[in-house]
Design a protein around this ligand. Sequence first.
Ligand SMILES: *[C@@H]1O[C@H](CO)[C@@H](O)[C@H](O)[C@H]1NC(C)=O
Length: 453
Amino acid sequence: MKLLCFGVFLFVAFLANVGQCATKQKVKYIPINLEDNPPPKKIVCYYNHLAYKREGKGKVSTEELRPALTTCSHLVYAFAGISNSGYHIKSLDKELDTDKNKGHELFKQVTALKTSYPDLNFILGVGGFEDQKDKEKYLEVLDDAKDRQKFIESTVQFLKQYGFNGVDLAWEFPVVKEKKESTLGSLWSGIKHTIAGPKDENPNLRKDHFTLLIREMKAALRPDKYFLGLSVMPHVNYTEYYDMPSITQHVDLITLHAYNFRTPERNYDEADYSAPLHFAHGRQEQQNVNYMVKWFIEKGAELNKLILAIPTFGRSWVLNKDSPRTGIPPLKVEGPGEKGTIVQEEGYLSYGEICSQLASLTDANASPTTLRKVPDPQKRMGTYAFRLPNKQLKQEYGIWVSYEDPETVGVKAAYAKQNNLAGVAIVDLSMDDFKGNCGEKFVLVKSAKHHLK
Ligand SMILES: *[C@@H]1O[C@H](CO)[C@@H](O)[C@H](O)[C@H]1NC(C)=O
C-alpha cells in the first residue's frame, strides 16, 4: 500500500511537472504585456563596511544584515578606492576588507552570503565619500587610455578574487561649492566650512574620458557577465560629467544619490530639509530629488535603469539660544549636531537612533528630552524633529534633524514607481533600525519594498 501511494505520488508529481513545463513553454511564446507584467522593482541596499568597525551598539556584522537581505535585489559594498600611484582599484581598509590573519576579510564574509541569498547581486562600490586622499586621481586616471586600462583590469581581477558580481562606479568628481546665498540673509560665519576638493579645469574633456571609461569597463566586464553600475554622488555637477545618451546603454543601473542637498558641513549656520522630494519657495531650484530625476530622464537615461537613492540617516544641526523656537526651517543654527550614541558621528543620526527618541509635537506630557516630530502631510519636503535648548535641564544647546521615516521612504518609493524608475537604493543598511529598537528590523527597507509593489 505504501509503495502504491508512493507510486501515485510520483505520478502526480510527474504530471505537475509536465504541467509546469507546459506553462513555462507557453509563457515563452506569448508576447509579454509589460503593462500587466512589469519587471520586479529593484532595491539596491548599501552596506558601509565601516559599520563593521563601530564600537558598541553601532556595529553591524554580516549576520545582522540577514533580515534585510531577502528584501534587497543588490547589495553594494561601500567602498573601495583607487591607489594613489598606479591607478589600481584598492581596498581602503585592508585590515577590514582583505586581511586574513589579523583582520576580518569582510569582502569574503559578505560575498559568502551568496550561499544563503543566491538571487542577490553582490556589487563592489568604488569611490563614494570614503576615498578622500588625493582626489585628483579620479580625474587623472580618466585621461590616459593606459591608466584607464590599469584600473579596469585590476577591477575585473578584484571582482574575481573576492567573489563580487560587479562594480558600481561612484566616481568622486569635484563637488560644487555651496553658494552663500542664505535664505535667512545671515552673515557668513567667517570660518571656512566647505569641503575642499580638486578643481577641474577641463570638465568637457573629462566628460568624454569618463564615457570612454564606462565603455571600456563594460567591454571588460561582459565576458564574465559582470554588472556595471553608475552612481551619481551628491554635489557633483552632473550636468558637466554625465553624457547620458552615450553612457546609458553601457550600464546596468544608474543610481541617483539625491540626498544631502543641505548638510551641516556645507550649510553651517542654516538648517533645512536635507533631501526634499520637491522644490519649495525660497530654496535653490536644483536642490531636490525631483529636479535631479527629471534632469536625468530628460537627458536620455533609460527609465528601466534609473534608481532613486533614499538615505536612512538624518542630518542634524545644533540649536542655540538664538534659534527660533518654532523649529520651522530654514532656521538659524550653529553647525553639526552632537554625536548620537549609535553611529557616533557629528551631524549624522541613524533612523535607529532617532526613532526611539521621538514624541509628537502636540504631546503635552512628553519629556523635554524627546525629539518633537513634525510630519509632512503634503508629502513634499520630508520630516524633521527637534529638541530646544533647556535651561532647567542644563542643556545649553538643542538639536534639529532632517530625516526619513517609514512614511517618507514610502513616499519616495511611490514616486519612483509612479515615474516608472527601476527602483530605489537604501543608503545604507547600517543607518536603518537594524536592531529593531522601535519594532520591526530594517523598517525603512521594508517600507520601500511595500511601496514599490
Ligand atoms: C554646472 O556646470 C554648468 C556647465 O558648465 C554650469 O552652467 C552650472 O552653473 C554648473 N552648476 C553649478 C551648480 O555650479
